[in-house]
Design a protein around this ligand. Structure first.
Ligand code: OMP
Length: 263
């Protein structure tokens, strides 16, 4: 089964497009957990146990773990072990390099940590992306149009009749012969999202930027879902993981998503 087929099946089974971003910062986690021997893992455990029936994926931004050195890497491994088998894990490191070095990044993400998918920077071109897309069953989410203000600096430069991010989408489509490539598009870019979905009608889109970054959920769903109302992965991090009641907040977001999907 290809990555995209698997994603579609998981989203259908759990009736959810919600992906929770497990990006923990020690100072921000509840004080009673800070006193435990393994605060980051306990924090992630609480979130996973509170939400695993209503999400299709968890995304781990590697910076939040790498910053803690070896202890952070161990916390990441232990947290990954807590994710049920039928939920996807995304390693978000936005990595890339020359082919020979990209091979090591892909090996680290897919064989070392055994993530189901990874975020990949396309800036270095085809040979740098190839190592990530040769793994059967694994997915590569290519940065297309990011959620941050600086996205306009390069991604929205016009090249001929197209913006750079559109060129990236077109190229990602060409690379997608294994049906295992997705795109990263920020929820703060919901106006452009419709055009991206038109260009890539059946590719997964990882959509961060809901909640803390102020992205528009309704428009993102209207513009970002496929005709089957799926293949959009709506990532929500801080506004769920630091909520007073994680489950209630996640349930609310999950319900809103399905209302806007009309399912
Ligand atoms: P919250 O803003 O806390 O919901 O988290 C957003 C997560 O998505 C962080 O891990 C970001 O690094 C990541 N992200 C973006 O916010 N914007 C992007 O354009 C791309 C990503 C990403 O690739 O995941």
């Amino acid at each position: 089964m290809t990555f995209t087929e698997r994603l579609r099946q998981i989203q259908q089974t759990c009736n959810s497009l919600l992906c929770i971003g497990l990006d923990p910062v020690l100072d921000k986690i509840p004080s009673h957990l800070q006193k435990t021997g393994d605060p980051i893992v306990e924090f992630n455990k609480h979130i996973i146990e509170s939400t695993s029936d209503i999400v299709c994926a968890y995304k781990f931004n590697l910076a939040f773990y790498e910053v803690m050195g070896p202890a952070g890497i161990e916390a990441l491994e232990d947290s990954l072990d807590l994710v049920p088998q039928d939920i996807l894990t995304i390693g978000d490191g936005k990595r890339n390099d020359i082919g020979n070095s990209a091979e090591r990044y892909a090996e680290m993400l897919f064989e070392g940590f055994e993530f189901d998918a990874a975020t990949v920077n396309p800036y270095m071109g085809t040979d740098s992306v190839e190592p990530f897309i040769k793994y059967p069953g694994k997915g590569a989410f290519i940065l297309a149009l990011t959620s941050n203000p600086g996205a306009k600096d390069f991604q929205k430069l016009k090249i001929g009749d197209r913006y750079l991010y559109e060129k990236v989408v077109q190229r990602a489509k060409k690379w997608n012969t294994g049906n295992n490539i997705g795109l990263v598009v920020g929820a703060t870019q919901s106006r452009e999202l419709a055009g991206i979905r038109k260009l890539a009608s059946d590719m997964p889109i990882l959509l961060p930027g809901i909640g803390a970054q102020g992205g528009d959920l309704k428009k993102s769903i209207e513009h970002g879902c496929t005709r089957k109302k799926d293949l959009l992965l709506i990532n929500v991090g801080r506004s769920i993981i630091y909520a007073n009641n994680v489950r209630d907040t996640a349930l609310e977001v999950h319900a809103m998503i399905n209302t806007y999907r009309n399912v």
